[in-house]
Design a protein around this ligand. Structure first.
Ligand SMILES: CC(C)(COP(=O)(O)OP(=O)(O)OC[C@H]1O[C@@H](n2cnc3c(N)ncnc32)[C@H](O)[C@@H]1OP(=O)(O)O)[C@@H](O)C(=O)NCCC(=O)NCCS
Length: 436
């Protein structure tokens, strides 16, 4: 095993090695009928941590990047799951020390498969903004030996992780692709061609928060990399994309292309029946009235929308172009004046809150619920939702869909207490340009 002492003495550290000897199988005849997870696979790891909030932030970020999903949450701990394995952090009242020492007997580090070499590098760089510090920078990325590409990081509480890049062995290399990429005009669409056949396509678009997103059509496997290379060259800057949970291979594919997870959102279904949600549409904080967007000033709604989005994870920096705002609001076929509501402070005349539910085919969709900072925790968001959901209930619409960032504690709590149920989600992934 790699050790700090070896590094300190200047000699080459050795890589993590598998257990030295094969063990004799102890499976019995009775085990042979077993069809559950293979015995011997890791069931879970539990780490006792001195500060749960910090562990949630630091481990939560890293594990999220590696594809783990939040699993359970309770007063003293929480867990994240990937496939059949989960990792728990717990701040136990029985803790006997306030800091983990990876050089004492016990756990030295946890090692994770982390995708391509590019992904390991990107992840290791980004981790520094989330409480993780690089170890052995002088010998990175070969601190584990010349054949072992990995990044070693330690967090604030002294836990070490190793992020291991997939190995490319002779014979495993991806064959060169016959694909050529052409830009299809008009618009920002690129197609991958093999001979005359279109084998893949990608579209790029610039959002009002100045972030580039790419969306791939279903592509032949060898066309993703050339398409991405071309978009990167033409567009420049960081690229974002969405990896839906509904496509279990999407995250791996983006990982292989050098993307890392930026944040996660969950889809929720929320009941509208006041008897289920407990919402009372008559209650409103003092000095507040609620009006429909059709009776409000368009520019003020737009500016309120911009303000609220600065606090919504994933949309900081958003600035609407006035024409785009009109097109996507009042001109949208999904606009419903009865469920696009603005809260007005009667004393200042300012717009202080907004709830909009789009009349989306299938189920209505909660597009945004937001309250300006000075008016939060007074029940205003609850009142706005009570009105919008009450209207939908009367229209016979029993459920509303919503997407919420997994780190948005206020919004999750607001919706969960109305009976929101999680129904899948997605990861927003990012590929950062190295030049910056
Ligand atoms: C989420 C948001 C709309 C809540 O508005 P609000 O008017 O403060 O909410 P309410 O006063 O009606 O609070 C209702 C419940 O939400 C939860 N909640 C609200 N703010 C919270 C916070 N900061 N932390 C934890 N829970 C919170 C609580 O359960 C609260 O009930 P309680 O006050 O009885 O504990 C507001 O914080 C906001 O605008 N955030 C930025 C925009 C955003 O993220 N919108 C959601 C995008 S989907």
């Amino acid at each position: 095993m790699k050790s700090d002492r070896v590094l300190a003495s200047g000699s080459q550290p050795t890589r993590c090695s598998p257990p030295g000897k094969d063990r004799t199988s102890v499976r019995t005849a009775a085990d042979l009928s077993w069809s559950g997870p293979a015995p011997g696979g890791l069931h879970h790891v539990e780490l006792w941590v001195p500060d749960l909030a910090r562990a949630r932030a630091e481990w939560g970020w890293l594990l999220g990047q590696l594809g783990y999903q939040p699993s359970r949450d309770w007063d003293g701990g929480c867990s994240w799951r990937l496939g059949g394995t989960y990792l728990v952090v717990e701040q136990s009242p029985a803790l006997s020390a306030s800091r983990h020492d990876r050089l004492r007997p016990g756990l030295n580090h946890l090692a994770f498969h982390a995708g391509s070499r590019d992904t390991v590098d990107t992840l290791a760089a980004a981790a520094q903004g989330h409480g993780w510090t690089p170890l052995f920078p002088g010998v990175h990325p070969y601190a584990g030996g010349p054949d072992h590409y990995a990044a070693y990081l330690a967090n604030t509480d002294g836990f070490e992780v190793e992020l291991v890049a997939g190995e490319t062995r002779p014979g495993q290399a991806v064959p060169p692709s016959a694909v050529r990429v052409v830009r299809a005009s008009p618009g920002l669409v690129w197609r991958a061609l093999d001979g005359d056949s279109v084998v893949g396509a990608v579209r790029a678009f610039l959002r009002p928060d100045s972030r580039w997103f790419v969306a791939f059509a279903t592509c032949r496997e060898d066309s993703y990399a050339p398409l991405l290379a071309r978009v990167t060259e033409d567009v420049g800057g960081d690229l974002h994309a969405i990896a839906s949970d509904a496509d279990p291979r999407a995250l791996d594919r983006f990982g292989g292309l050098g993307f890392t997870v930026n944040r996660r959102e969950s889809h929720y279904l929320i009941p509208t029946d006041p008897l289920v949600t407990g919402l009372d549409s008559s209650a409103l904080p003092d000095n507040i009235v609620v009006i429909s967007a059709v009776n409000a000033d368009e520019e003020e709604i737009r500016l309120l929308d911009d303000t609220l989005r600065q606090d919504v994870p994933g949309t900081a920096g958003w600035r609407w172009d006035p024409e785009d705002f009109r097109e996507e609001t009042f001109d949208s076929p999904q606009f419903d004046p009865a469920t696009y509501l603005i809260a007005v402070d009667t004393q200042s005349g300012e717009y202080v809150g907004l709830a909009r539910v789009w009349n989306t085919p299938g189920k209505p969709r909660l597009g945004l619920i937001g309250v300006v900072r000075s008016h939060r925790r007074r029940g205003l968001a609850t009142s706005l939702l009570a009105r919008a959901f009450g209207t939908l209930h009367q229209q016979g619409k029993t459920e509303v869909t919503a997407e919420v960032d997994d780190a948005n504690a206020a919004s999750r709590s607001l919706l969960l207490r109305l009976g929101a149920r999680r129904k899948g989600g997605f990861a927003e992934v990012i590929k950062q340009q190295r030049a910056r």
